[in-house]
Design a protein around this ligand. Sequence first.
Ligand SMILES: NC(=O)C1=CN([C@@H]2O[C@H](COP(=O)(O)OP(=O)(O)OC[C@H]3O[C@@H](n4cnc5c(N)ncnc54)[C@H](OP(=O)(O)O)[C@@H]3O)[C@@H](O)[C@H]2O)C=CC1
Ligand SMILES: O=C(OP(=O)(O)O)[C@H](O)COP(=O)(O)O
Length: 355
Amino acid sequence: MTRVGVNGYGTIGKRVSDAVAAQPDMELVGVTKASPDYGVEAAARRGYDLYAAVEDRTDEFAAAGVDLAGTLGDLLDAVDVVVDCAPSGVGERNAPVYEAHDTPAVFQGGEDAAVADASFNARGRFEAARDAETVRVVSCNTTALSRLLAPLDETFGVEKARVTLVRRGGDPSETDRGPINDIVPDPATVPSHHGPDVNEILPDVAVDTAALKAPVTGMHTHSVNVTLETDPDPEAVRDLLADEGRIFLVPEAAGIDGAGALKEYAADAGRPRGDLWENCVWEESISVTGQDLYLFQNVHQEADVVPENVDAIRAMATDADAAESVARTNETLGVGLDSRLGNGELAHTGLTADD
Ligand SMILES: NC(=O)C1=CN([C@@H]2O[C@H](COP(=O)(O)OP(=O)(O)OC[C@H]3O[C@@H](n4cnc5c(N)ncnc54)[C@H](OP(=O)(O)O)[C@@H]3O)[C@@H](O)[C@H]2O)C=CC1
Ligand SMILES: O=C(OP(=O)(O)O)[C@H](O)COP(=O)(O)O
């Protein structure tokens, strides 16, 4: 049983905590918060022990009537692995604390690659985490690109990938984010961090990325062009991607025309928080002209890194190989949406058309 602590119980931390708690081979020892806001109630409802992320703020919790099991240091001493889900940049500041407690750590994609011994994606780079004391799960967009480009490169060879990422401005709860009335290059320079980050996972894949931010909160959208080394027909690409457990081919017949309908579909399917852990590739967008493949995919930024965090923990703390770990994570969470609609079974949720 791998004992896990989650440091930072926000957008990613809440989801990683639930995913860890669902694993039969893991125990969620506790989670931290920096402030006693509404998030503490979500942890309490689930029975998670709460620790103070910042030692000198314990008085604030006491004043709010919130019981603490201890502080971050206590949590670190009680776990085999800590998953850092603190705000971007804070993870780097936490790294020496984890080291001082001799606690292996998983960081998130808001940190630079240098924060950890290895960058991680289960599809592209599972074994790199094996002997690492610290691992960084790459960002939500990088995770999605790695999942897509790994099978394309293995099967058809990638000569060059060019991706334009239209990123969501902020998460639904982030009232201070934007833009609210524009679409802005972010960054205006090319490449964005995503291309170099993909190369942390797939070092031999040539990829250029350009990114913008748009006034939406639901999902990121990628416009993908990959020049392949062969010229497959679109059906071969479709079949390849359909076989990937963490890619959902959004069927044309579903009438799902954007992130709003996708999220509604996920909620209907009984997904917790309406989460989409899979890349959502629009099936009818898969087009091939000679060696050039084009497609659109959507990425639920709050969710796609969650199964990757579970696999990163397993890669660091157990002997499980990539196939075993991914299968176990997918099974316990219910990752893998079925692109055949109307088959009476709603995507591994246990719900049936009669429910
Ligand atoms: N949101 C997203 O779409 C994605 C985010 N990421 C990455 O995941 C990481 C976390 O992002 P996200 O979940 O969005 O962030 P949030 O702001 O939603 O959550 C951060 C959490 O960390 C807590 N916190 C604040 N200060 C500290 C501290 N000093 N030590 C420990 N915890 C602290 C906050 O506590 P409190 O609530 O009490 O203030 C909060 O619970 C970042 O690296 C980000 O780049 C990766 C993929 C997608
Ligand atoms: O990892 C993410 O995006 P990224 O892959 O564009 O860096 C998350 O959506 C967080 O991005 P943010 O830095 O815009 O909050």
